[in-house]
Design a protein around this ligand. Structure first.
Ligand code: A3P
Length: 298
């Protein structure tokens, strides 16, 4: 975009979100029943928000009268680093009924202490960095002020590979939550975008079990999982009125710009073989030996 980027603690932060991150770290008090969705930007946050919100509220709202039909998903499941605290108070968070569902892009070591010390659950959604990068590039291009030169793919790619982009480096982000999910599997569930695409039902069951909202046999027979899955698909979500009516996220991104292709492997349409080779080497160097096996080629 047109913003400065800072190295804050051990990750890069874009200027407009830095105050919000510090405010979140300082003020946020997690409750035991909270659900915190964490992602590196552009790895399917919006999708995960819709799925988890629909899943945990399924006994309260039917899909015909879910608030998702009236309010955009980013307002219902807010980013905790949105700059919303004033003097330690956050009126926007006070009236939310439990289980509260929130999202953040903040890496594990920098999460507020109360998220770590309470029994609240963390769901991490990871996407292969190739598609993640392409998605990020499109998103930044779309949000960039029209009077500035377009962002070149090569420039952005170089920054992404060196880690210097918002909440980067991606490998540190992935590893923080991956290692924590191995140490504490009841606290952190590690999901992959590609698995969610290929075997959505299975992953939704995993998610529901982890969150303590398992699908009953009856619900399975009645096709409840498929209904939620279809409702939260990109085709259905992008057509919901609040998601395409000009609403903004963080006062700058169109809600509609969070729904693009939603596919696995789009990077093949954009990256040259040498670019792909470079990123593959970064992944091998930084994540090799961690046990984290990314679905790199769909
Ligand atoms: P693409 O740009 O590759 O299409 P985030 O929500 O973290 O900002 O990530 C946005 C990415 O998730 C975009 O990827 C977007 O199209 C995709 N996405 C949004 N909603 C989705 C859904 N319901 N199912 C699958 N992918 C979705």
């Amino acid at each position: 975009l047109s913003d400065y980027i800072y190295l804050y603690k051990d990750f890069w932060v874009t200027s407009y979100v830095l105050t919000g991150i510090i405010s979140f770290q300082k003020n946020f008090q997690a409750k035991d029943t909270d659900i915190i969705l964490v992602t590196f930007p552009k790895s399917g946050t919006t999708w995960l928000k819709a799925l988890v919100y629909s899943m945990v509220n399924r006994k309260i709202f039917s899909l015909d009268n879910t608030p998702l039909n009236a309010t955009n998903v980013h307002d219902l499941v807010p980013f905790l680093e949105s700059n919303i605290y004033r003097n330690g108070q956050n009126p926007g968070l006070s009236g939310i009924p439990s289980p509260r569902v929130f999202a953040t892009h903040v890496p594990y070591p920098s999460l507020p202490e109360s998220i770590k010390s309470t029994t609240c659950r963390i769901v991490y959604l990871c996407r292969n960095p190739f598609d993640n990068f392409i998605s990020l590039w499109h998103f930044l291009m779309r949000a960039r002020p029209k009077d500035l030169e377009p962002l070149s793919l090569e420039y952005c790619f170089d920054k992404f590979c060196t880690g210097a982009c918002g909440f980067g480096p991606f490998w540190g982000h992935f590893l923080g939550f991956w290692n924590e999910s191995l140490k504490n599997p009841n606290k952190v569930l590690f999901l992959m975008y590609e698995d969610m695409k290929m075997e959505n039902k299975l992953q939704m069951k995993r998610l529901a079990d982890f969150l303590g909202y398992p699908f009953s046999e009856n619900e399975e027979k009645e096709g409840v999982i498929e209904e939620i899955s279809k409702f939260c698909s990109i085709e259905s979500m992008r057509d919901l009125q609040p998601n395409n009516s000009g609403n903004k996220v963080l006062e700058r991104f169109d809600v509609a710009s969070f729904f693009r292709k939603g596919e696995v492997g789009d990077w093949m349409n954009h990256l040259t073989p040498s670019m792909a080779d470079r990123l593959k080497k970064v992944v091998e160097e930084k994540l090799g030996g961690s046990g984290l096996n990314l679905k790199l080629f769909g």
